[in-house]
Write a protein that binds this ligand. Structure first.
Ligand SMILES: [Cu+2]
Length: 429
């Protein structure tokens, strides 16, 4: 997206990220106290709160509930109310300390956990030019990948060593040559999903080509004639290989600059958001909350998000606070863009949305299949936040950078949230 993100926006994002990192380093000492810090924060801000009844699904020992019975309510402890559905292994009795667990994971997000991890995927890759041909040299490797900073690294796969793969971006009409060297101990094939391709370049082993054997290479060459948001991924043993990370974004910018999102909609950020739901659980760009990246913007700015689903389940993406304007499906501009706040994205689909960042604050942005996003230990998986700062907040955030007030907290505070003031007490003020 380098040619569609104004320098100012990039600088702002990097500055904000730097603040997060700065704050994280300051907080590291606090983190050493572990649950003691959390307990202190909770004790400092929740003395008068009534302990709520827990209405999440029942304990396994709960008796079946008669059909038509009332739903659990605050008047019933969870162990006395039971839906008729079979107990889910992830459901449980009231957690020992839900608030502490939920707070701890949010603190990790505020501390900038995602930015602290090495091996970020979805980074732009620059081609080598062979005359006018844009050449991308790719390897296919077994890698160790971190979903977050706490879980053990997992045995994953990556193009050029990352999950998601490097983000390939070209211009409509470019000739693309992508050379894939297979360093795996199994065969594979690479499909450019959404492109109108010469059949021999379609990347389906035994249909259009022989498998790319271990140690071998295959060169895909085609004219990028289908503009929009597309993907590339394995098309061989794909449940496993894509599930383990052989996936990436392939963006074809329209030939006419006036049709690109920065010019067409005034988008100052063009964000690729690839979901997956296999190895490593529910992920956005290869990370699970709290290691997902927040989206940082300013009041009055406009951003574009390209949802891409490389998983095997539908995910309805829900933005709090303001609508999304849906402008393209599978790379094709919609004749009639529409507004929504929840957008289902099926496996293989790409949906592009434009968001006018009107209201300051830290707005949750998550999959609304709740078992993909939040449980009794707090939020996880497919969750991040759209953080919108107004100009005053942005200025104060910069001014207070040395005291480690981060953009997320600043935006939340400026928008009137008291939760962060209290709950993160002791970590940054
Ligand atoms: Cu989901």
């Amino acid at each position: 997206m380098t040619d569609s993100r104004p320098e100012a926006a990039v600088t702002s994002l990097e500055s904000a990220t730097a603040q997060l990192l700065s704050r994280r380093s300051i907080l590291r000492a606090g983190a050493l106290t572990g649950t003691g810090l959390v307990a202190t924060a909770l004790a400092a801000c929740a003395p008068a709160a009534k302990v709520p009844s827990w209405t999440y699904p029942p304990a396994a020992s709960a008796p079946p509930q008669a059909p038509g019975s009332a739903l659990p309510s605050d008047d019933h402890a969870s162990h006395s109310t039971a839906p008729t559905a079979a107990p889910d292994a992830s459901a449980s009795a009231a957690p020992v300390d839900h608030d502490a667990a939920a707070l701890a994971v949010v603190k990790r997000f505020l501390d900038g956990e995602g930015a602290s991890l090495e091996g970020a995927g979805n980074q732009p890759i620059q081609p080598r030019l062979d005359g006018s041909v844009k050449v991308f040299e790719m390897t296919i490797d077994a890698i160790k990948h971190r979903i977050d900073a706490v879980k053990d690294p997992i045995d994953a796969l990556g193009y050029n060593g990352t999950w998601p793969a490097p983000r390939i971006e070209v211009i409509e009409g470019d000739t693309v040559r992508a050379i894939f060297k297979n360093n795996l101990d199994e065969s594979t094939g690479v499909h450019f999903h959404g492109q109108r391709l010469p059949n021999a370049m379609d990347g389906v082993p035994h249909i259009t080509q022989d498998p790319i054997e271990p140690g071998a290479s295959f060169t895909y060459e085609f004219v990028a004639r289908t503009p929009g948001s597309h993907m590339y991924h394995s098309h061989h043993n794909a449940t496993d290989q894509v599930g383990r990370g052989l996936l990436g974004a392939f963006i074809v910018q329209p030939r006419d600059p006036a049709d690109r999102y920065d010019r067409k909609y005034g988008a100052s950020q063009d964000i690729v958001w690839i979901s997956n739901d296999s190895l490593g659980g529910f992920t956005i760009n290869g990370r699970g909350f709290p290691a997902t990246s927040p989206i940082l913007a300013h009041v009055g700015s406009t951003i574009a998000i390209r949802f891409m689903n490389e998983g095997s389940m539908m995910h309805p993406w829900h933005l709090h606070g303001m609508p999304m304007r849906v402008v393209a499906r599978d790379g094709y501009p919609l004749a009639a863009p529409f507004l929504c706040d929840t957008l289902g994205v099926n496996p293989g689909e790409r949906w592009d949305v434009i968001i006018d960042c009107e209201d300051p604050g830290a707005w949750a942005f998550h999959c609304h299949i709740l078992p993909h996003a939040e449980g009794h230990d707090g939020m996880f998986g497919m969750v991040t936040a759209l953080v919108i700062q107004d100009s005053t907040t942005a200025a104060s955030s910069l001014a207070l950078a040395s005291t480690s007030v981060d953009p997320i907290r600043s935006a939340a505070l400026a928008a009137g949230s008291t939760s962060f003031v209290c709950r993160v007490h002791g970590s940054a003020g």
